[in-house]
Write a protein that binds this ligand. Structure first.
Ligand SMILES: Nc1ncnc2c1ncn2[C@@H]1O[C@H](COP(=O)(O)OP(=O)(O)O)[C@@H](O)[C@H]1O
Ligand SMILES: [Mg+2]
Length: 239
């Protein structure tokens, strides 16, 4: 059984159909790239998957059980986490304490929280700023801290919408490395990004949307060389 099953999801805004019957399945442990030109419905679909928007049609199954219509907190509780929607970073609290507070809030005991926080600080290269208040971090470091907070208790599926946008290349490297190594440890992700080299490098499989529809779902290299995909991007740029 798939971890997540997206079946015929439709979302309309007035006369506009933002998501138009999108379907795909995600197995546990997959890292799937969700691509498509601007306005193709990727963010709307992630909003629906994470409970921020309600679909007008279709269904979403988590472990085979319907989960559409649940609130973001309820979905997060079941392990569907859209980063960084529910992330709480306290600006006047230092990096290590932000991680510890997140871990304790999610039920970890003190020793386990400290253990995981130390691991995350190392993975996310936040060692040098671990005692700084979050409010003093750069934008990229703040995003890395948000990753940390989200992964104190790893979600069953992490939904990432353009995590690399407007992030310094060094931070992008760290984020990419984090996603890759967590994927190798079995973490499931859906990754939306316009950065095709990163999608090729990280994602074995890609789903491409255009005008609200899934136009192809295949190994990433197959998707990127597909004529309809190229046409969709060219069309998007010309519009
Ligand atoms: N809250 C909203 N109200 C009205 N239209 C929306 C809303 N959210 C998204 N849209 C429209 O839905 C379409 C898909 O948008 P979006 O999901 O943001 O695409 P993407 O993330 O692929 O760029 C676009 O035409 C966008 O303008
Ligand atoms: Mg978007």
């Amino acid at each position: 059984m798939s971890l997540l099953s997206v079946r015929g999801i439709v979302k309309r805004y007035g006369g506009l159909t933002a998501v138009d019957g999108a379907s795909f399945d995600i197995d546990a442990g997959e890292l799937v790239g969700l691509i498509g030109p601007n306005g193709s419905g990727k963010t709307t679909l992630l909003n629906i998957l994470s409970g921020l928007a309600e679909p007008d049609g279709g269904e979403i199954l988590l472990d085979g059980a319907p989960c559409h219509g649940l609130k973001p907190e309820q979905l997060a509780h079941r392990g569907v986490m859209r980063m960084f929607q529910l992330t709480r970073v306290f600006r006047r609290m230092n990096v290590i304490d932000n991680l510890l507070v997140a871990g304790r809030a999610l039920g970890l005991d003190g020793a386990e929280a400290l253990n995981r926080a130390d691991t995350l600080i190392e993975e996310l290269r936040l060692d040098a700023v671990r005692a700084l208040d979050a409010g003093q971090l750069s934008g990229g470091q703040m995003k890395l801290l948000e990753f940390g907070v989200c992964f104190m208790v790893p979600p069953r599926i992490a939904l990432l919408d353009e995590p690399f946008a407007a992030v310094h290349p060094t931070m992008k490297e760290i984020m990419g490395g984090f996603i890759r190594s967590r994927h190798e440890q079995g973490q499931t992700f859906i990754l939306v990004s316009h950065d095709m080299p990163v999608i090729v490098e990280l994602c074995p499989r890609a789903v491409c949307m255009n005008a609200g529809k899934v136009i192809i779902d295949a190994p990433t290299r197959t998707v990127l060389s597909n004529a309809d995909v190229i046409e969709a991007y060219l069309g998007g740029q010309a519009a």
